[in-house]
Design a binder for this molecule. Structure first.
Ligand code: SF4
Length: 228
């Protein structure tokens, strides 16, 4: 266990990250309540309040719900996809439907229960026709993802699919080249893998084998981040 001074420094670091996020959203005054200082859980609740009714980009026009994210605020692993699909938009939860069920099985195949991880997307509203999010939409929604990362402070991030991996790593390399290794995402190890919807569209053993390799790599980094 670290020294009390280390814990205090970490808490102030997290608070500073969160204040930068609020500044990016244009917040000028803060009600300093008990909830505000209540750790990651309180931080996530503040973020959900901040995103309510968001009209920062044009994706607000076609959405039914804002799909903020799901999972524990203390999660050591965060999974990030590109954006909500039709079913997610309907239910307000990320990775539901067939792709979500496959994701759950992929995690369980390496002994990671889904309810142990935090799952979200680059943009929180469904792009029309499931197209890729556009640069202005990613920029507008970016502070929310930054806020989730700063609040949860995961030990490992997994990027699901080409678009999420390319956006987070700021590269144009295809997923086939990015997957299979650990990347640096700031100070956090990031592991890219295929989007489960892609695996459903390409059910052959070739991609399943590669996805399994990625899951084992994810498990290894997750254990390492937890000091295992
Ligand atoms: S995608 Fe993000 S920035 Fe755009 S309207 Fe939805 S919540 Fe707001």
């Amino acid at each position: 266990m670290g020294a009390p001074a280390d814990h205090l420094a970490e808490a102030f670091h997290g608070l500073a990250d969160h204040l930068r996020f609020l500044q990016a959203l244009g917040v000028k005054e803060l009600p300093l309540s008990r909830e505000y200082l209540a750790g990651p859980g309180g931080g996530l609740r503040r973020l959900e309040q901040a995103i309510e009714g968001c009209t920062r980009c044009k994706l607000c026009r076609g959405r039914r719900t804002i799909v903020f994210g799901s999972g524990p605020a203390e999660a050591g692993l965060m999974l990030i996809g590109e954006g909500p699909g039709e079913e997610e938009d309907r239910q307000g939860k990320p990775f539901v439907g067939r792709a979500g069920q496959l994701l759950t099985r992929m995690l369980e195949s390496v002994g990671i229960p889904r309810d142990e991880v935090y799952i979200t997307n680059i943009v929180k509203c469904r792009p029309p026709g499931n197209r890729n999010p556009e640069p202005d939409e990613i920029a507008a929604c970016g502070p929310f993802l930054d806020g989730q990362l700063a609040t949860i402070r995961p030990g490992v991030v997994c990027a699901l699919g080409t678009f999420a991996a390319q956006t987070l790593l700021r590269t144009r390399e295809p997923i086939g080249k990015l997957r299979g290794r650990v990347h640096a995402f700031g100070a956090i190890p990031l592991i890219p893998t295929f989007h489960p919807a892609f695996l459903l569209r390409n059910p052959g053993p070739q991609y399943r084998r590669l996805a399994w390799e990625d899951m084992k790599l994810l498990r290894r980094e997750y254990d390492r981040a937890r000091g295992g």
